[in-house]
Design a protein around this ligand. Structure first.
Ligand code: HEM
Length: 478
């Protein structure tokens, strides 16, 4: 190993490493993409005490997932994830040991199997009707539709119905607003530079107050989940019939050494699902709509596909997705340009790894810049053009085998929610476009849309998209 060096990077100063050279960074995915042009597809930065290695090309991602997936499957959890010891029972932040495996198995064997997802088709259909009714109402009243929040409320209810057999939000109340705020602020805090992450010796001081700030959000989620658990336990004691939702499954399983640990585990899993599943999916729908509104020819092609495959007499259904290749291409193109998780969750080298010509020391933090990989002009001609046709010409999927498109990651830590996200995103986007024509308000139509990004663990539109919905004439729903 002595023969190998760290990947190239700017020369670090003592103690601070490269921090001063980098200065304050509001959009690390963009800054790190520029650095990769200078230092290469694998480069290193010394960020305070933490050696950080950044991967920015398809080839390096392939090497990582095919040759070193296990050695590099640890997590560098941000201090923000340590609020109330959340990370100790979180699928997203645990190292890949027995505890992580048993929690993750719940996802793969109970929650996201094709059979389980199929059994919830009618729930999703109902939630989609709620969304379409809300938009019809806005259209009638002539009010603008905020796509992101509407998609968020829908996703939130889709998850809460699958997990707790109840709606968490309605379009007319502030309930989804509270959830949205919690998810958004948690994502921004988890992704923002934090002294505690750069100088782990200082963690206990929480100098930037990140944990303090997230405490109420964590409390909010705990309260909501605890209420559901208490109510279910009470109902069970009173002999009511099983709901067969995820809550039932988790209450019947056993994690941890005692009841308190069991509850902690169950609450962290719920936290993972709601935090990881909501704004990732709704942001995808919002970005897709924003791109389509600026690319009228693409929008027209998609409308044509929806009209000819689904026809004017019914709404889109989940079983249509396979017959809508252009819709699928639009979703892939959106995930390429606007990956909802711009860096895969930070990994930790569990041992020292020889990676090609370089050395990745044990304990190093590894970031995979998916955003850079999606915009790499050596793999994607005209990377800044929204052109779904590229996916009709080439057979590329996002399931973790084509390393130029890995918005869900790859390898053993690939997103376990992908099968559900796949159904929700296609269904929301397809239904919205099949039922309504969409227009930008006059000012945006004239000046163009503001596509700036707000960085966090997830990448959101800095300004929510507000659009005019017009019911498509000639639709006859039974
Ligand atoms: C478009 C929607 C989504 C995208 C783009 C997305 C993307 C990702 C990515 C990139 C990761 C990290 C992978 C890695 O570090 O290698 C991840 C992890 C995860 N996702 Fe998703 N996700 C989405 C939706 C969902 C949904 C709907 C759920 C569940 C309801 C979910 C649950 C999780 C969980 C639990 C993890 C942690 C896995 C682990 O660390 O072992 N995600 N997701």
């Amino acid at each position: 190993a002595d023969l190998y060096k760290l990947p190239p990077g700017p020369k670090p100063f003592p103690i601070v490493g490269n921090l001063l050279q980098l200065g304050p960074i509001s959009h690390p995915h963009i800054t790190f993409t520029s650095l990769s042009k200078k230092y290469g597809p694998i480069f290193s930065l010394q960020l305070g005490q933490v050696t950080t290695i950044i991967i920015s090309s398809r080839e390096c991602a392939k090497q990582l997932f095919q040759n070193h997936d296990l050695a590099l499957a640890g997590r560098h959890e941000p201090d923000a994830a340590r609020v109330q010891a959340y990370h100790e029972w979180s699928i997203a932040w645990l190292p890949p040991g027995p505890r992580w495996r048993s929690l993750r198995r719940i996802c793969t064997t109970e929650l996201f199997t094709a059979q389980r997802l199929d059994s919830y088709v009618s729930v999703r259909k109902q939630k989609m009707q709620d969304l379409l009714n809300f938009i019809s109402k806005s259209a009638k009243e002539g009010s603008l539709v905020e796509i992101g929040p509407a998609a968020f409320t829908t996703t939130l209810n889709l998850l809460s119905c699958t997990i707790f057999s109840t709606d968490f939000a309605s379009f007319d109340s502030d309930s989804s607003h509270d959830f949205k705020k919690v998810v958004e602020e948690t994502m921004v805090a988890g992704g923002s530079p934090n002294v505690s992450d750069i100088f782990p010796v200082l963690t206990s001081l929480d100098l930037q107050g990140v944990r303090r700030k997230l405490q109420p959000h964590n409390k909010f989620l705990r309260r909501v989940f605890n209420e559901q658990i208490d109510c279910r336990i009470k109902n069970r004691k009173e002999g009511s019939i099983a709901c067969n939702d995820l809550l039932d499954v988790l209450l019947d399983s056993q994690f941890g050494a005692n009841e308190q640990e069991h509850r902690q585990a169950v609450i962290s899993v719920f936290g993972d699902l709601f935090l990881a599943g909501t704004d990732t999916s709704s942001n995808t729908v919002e970005w897709a709509m924003a791109e389509l509104l600026q690319n009228p020819v693409t929008m027209a092609a998609l409308n044509y596909e929806l009209a000819s495959i689904i026809g004017p007499e019914r709404d889109m259904e989940e079983s249509d997705i396979g017959r809508l290749p252009y819709l699928q291409a639009v979703v892939k193109e959106t995930l390429r340009m606007h990956p909802p998780v711009p860096f895969l969750l930070p990994r930790r080298a569990q041992e020292t790894v020889i990676f090609g010509d370089y050395l990745i020391p044990e304990g190093a933090k590894l970031l995979v810049n998916v955003w850079a990989i999606g915009r790499d002009e050596t793999t994607w001609p005209d990377p800044l053009k929204f052109r779904p046709e590229r996916f009709l010409e080439r057979d590329i999927d996002f399931k973790g085998r084509d390393f130029e498109l890995i918005p869900f990651g790859a390898g053993r830590r690939i997103c376990p929610g992908m099968p559900l996200a796949y159904r929700m995103v296609h269904l929301m986007l397809g239904s919205l476009l099949h039922r309504f024509e969409w227009k930008l308000p006059e000012e945006e139509a004239k000046n163009g849309l503001d596509m700036s990004e707000k960085f966090g663990v997830t990448l959101a539109m800095a300004r929510h998209l507000k659009v005019i919905a017009i019911p498509i004439p000639g639709l006859h729903f039974k």
